[in-house]
Structure formats: C-alpha cells, structure tokens
Design a protein around this ligand. Structure first.
Ligand SMILES: Nc1ncnc2c1ncn2[C@@H]1O[C@H](COP(=O)(O)OP(=O)(O)OP(=O)(O)O)[C@@H](O)[C@H]1O
Length: 351
C-alpha cells in the first residue's frame, strides 16, 4: 500500500432513515501533508464526509480506512483527527489558555507539558500573550485562531475544517485564507477544508473534490478543475463560463452555434452530443471580419480590471466576455478564440 495515503473511503454510502443516500458510493484517498477542499453546493454531502472521517457518524455501506486499518466503528476520541467547526464551538466561560488546554486536561497530561504545548499552539496561530483573555474580548478572526490552536494542540494527523471562514467579513476572510494555507505548510499535516466558495477553494487547495448530490463529480488540482472541467455542473460551479450545447463531428472538430471549429479534444463518438465551455477571459474581442463568432453586445459592465460584456449570437446563445477593450451596446463585434480555449465535455452528470 502507498504509505502516503492516510484516509481511504471504499464505496462509502451514507443514508439517513429511508431517504435517498446523502453520500452515494463514494471512493477516494487522502494523502499525508496536503491541503484538500471539499467544494459543492449546500446539501451535497460535504459535512457528512467530515463527520464520517471524524467518527461522529458511521457509513451505511462501505469502509473507511486510516493508515490501512478499517475504522468504521472506531469512536471519535480514538481517531488522530480534530475538527474546527463553523461556529468555533469555544467555551465562552473559559479564557484562551483554558480553551486550548481543555483536551489536554481531559487526557490528564502533566501541567508543565500542557503549558508548553498551549504556548506552542498559540504561537503557531500568532496569539502569543493572549492566554488570559476572555473569549468575548477576542475578535472574530482571533476566535477563529483560538479554535485552530485548540485543534492543533492535540497534534492530529488530519485537521478537518468545516466552513471555518464563513462567519468572517471579506477582508478578514482573505487574510485568514493566507494564514490557514501558511499554517498547513508549517505544520505539514493534512487539512480537509469544506467550503461552498469556489474562489476560496481555488486559492487554497492542493486538491479539490467537487461534490454534487452525494457524488464526487471531479477531483483534481485547482488548475485541472478550472481548465478541464469534466461536465457542465463543474464548469458552472467553478466559475463564470460560457457553456453551450454542441456536437463532436469528428476528432478535433466540434460544432456549436451552427459553425464548425477546430479543437484539441478527441476520443468522442462521431456526432456525439456534448457540452462545450469557453471561459470569458479566453474570448478576445475583435472586428466582425477577424472573429470566429459574430455577436451583438447586449450589456457592458466595468469591473475594475476588465469590462464584462454580455453578447448574443444569431442563434440566441449568450456569450460572456472579459476584455480590457470596450464595446458599445448594440454594436456587432467578432469574438476570436484559440482551439485550446474550447473545452469539450461529456453530456452527463450535470444539471
Ligand atoms: N442527521 C441527519 N438526518 C437526516 N438528514 C441529514 C442529517 N444530517 C444531514 N442530513 C442531510 O444530508 C444532506 C447532506 O448534508 P451535509 O450537511 O453533508 O451537506 P453540506 O454539503 O455540508 O451542506 P452545507 O453546505 O449546507 O453545510 C442534506 O440534505 C441534509 O439535509
């Protein structure tokens, strides 16, 4: 067995009562020292995966392994895993030191060791000197760090983070994204982070699992997922995109908007119905004569670094364009794009 693998899900299904499974035959591996993100819309099963790893619930079918050992029935407190919850779940009546020390006191660790470990954990999250502060005297970002210190003081092999940044305002959230990523690198342990924010997932992760309705639609590096979405759902969820129905005429030839284009994709059946995706930043605004597609500009928004143009072709397809060039509403323009900008996807799994 590959000794980099810490956690393995083998055909895991989780069903509550007689309802549809909230996780449906899911298999994956988690490696040591990486930053993973579970990304997907509300209710897709992200928290359920964390709870299964933490040991708060058991799978209905399938097996979970930790370092190759089946752990389906191993209780939460016997697992080398700690969780940072969305609401932090700090004890309001205890000060910062006692919040972080709590788990170690339960383990009856000698006081000198507790003091050393708590100090070290607080140093890791840049909260040295805050030991005696009451929780209500701490800001949202500081509480977040106390919650992380309380989790890492136990020296877990895996840290589970369930939307830990969702309570923070945008600026603090961005700062904490950097901090968390940096912390993961310094600690060298595995982080499994849950979010429904695709930008957060793209910015932070070594690897992303995109979930939909209890299934993993795609797993890969942020670049893989962004550049090569496997279906309409992933393409749509991961960022603003133009997703158009098309037909794969032959290897390297795709048809959409009533025209044929050279692309870099192959291996589809002849005349297979497909979805194609072209990112707004891959469309270049040009003259009608030089463009591969002719469109009419319907609206223009200035977004700071670029203009966002919403255009329509003669067949009613909407084309979103991000460009540093401006065009006028009602103007006929051409859109140019390279064959590599066309991503052809199977027509499955998406909505
Ligand atoms: N104890 C439970 N009993 C019955 N159904 C549950 C239970 N816990 C979760 N569910 C259902 O399981 C599905 C998946 O829930 P889960 O919390 O894993 O989703 P999520 O992706 O984390 O969503 P969110 O982003 O909203 O937190 C949801 O439809 C939810 O209603």
């Amino acid at each position: 067995m590959d000794d980099r693998v810490i956690i393995r899900f083998d055909h895991v299904t989780k069903q509550y009562d007689d309802d549809l499974p909230v996780l449906d035959d899911v298999s994956f591996e988690i490696e040591r020292g990486k930053f993973y993100t579970l990304l997907g819309p509300s209710g897709c099963g992200k928290t359920t995966i964390l709870r299964l790893i933490a040991g708060f619930i058991e799978p209905t079918k399938g097996d979970i392994y930790f370092h190759g050992k089946r752990i389906n029935n191993v209780p939460a407190n016997k697992r080398q895993v700690n969780t940072v919850f969305q609401d932090y779940a700090l004890f309001p009546h205890l000060n910062v030191f006692e919040n972080v020390a709590f788990g170690l006191r339960i383990k009856k660790m000698p006081m000198a060791n507790i003091e050393r470990k708590v100090k070290e954990a607080l140093r890791f999250v840049n909260l040295e000197g805050y030991e005696q502060r009451a929780i209500h005297e701490m800001s949202g970002g500081q509480r977040q760090r106390v919650a992380i210190a309380r989790a890492i003081v136990n020296e877990p092999e895996v840290l589970l983070l369930d939307e830990p940044l969702s309570a923070l305002d945008l600026k603090l959230r961005t700062e904490m994204q950097y901090e968390l990523r940096e912390l993961q690198r310094r600690l060298g342990i595995t982080f499994i982070f849950v979010t429904h924010d695709q930008e957060e997932a793209l910015a932070m992760s070594d690897e992303i699992f995109v979930l939909n309705k209890g299934k993993i639609e795609q797993r890969g590096t942020p670049k893989d997922i962004y550049d090569e979405p496997v279906n309409r759902f992933v393409a749509d969820f991961i960022g603003e995109s133009n997703i158009i129905a098309g037909t794969m005429i032959d290897d390297f030839v795709v048809e959409f908007a009533n025209q044929q284009f050279t692309c870099v994709d192959h291996g589809f059946a002849k005349n297979e119905r497909v979805d194609i995706v072209i990112r707004p930043e891959d469309l270049e605004l040009t003259t009608v004569e030089r463009g591969k597609l002719r469109v009419r500009v319907d609206s223009v928004l200035f977004r700071g670094v670029h203009y966002e143009l919403c255009c329509y072709d003669a067949y009613g397809n909407e084309w979103l364009v991000h460009s540093t060039k401006k065009a006028e509403i009602g103007e006929e323009i051409g859109l140019h794009f390279e064959p590599e900008a066309i991503h052809v996807m199977k027509q499955s799994g998406g909505e």
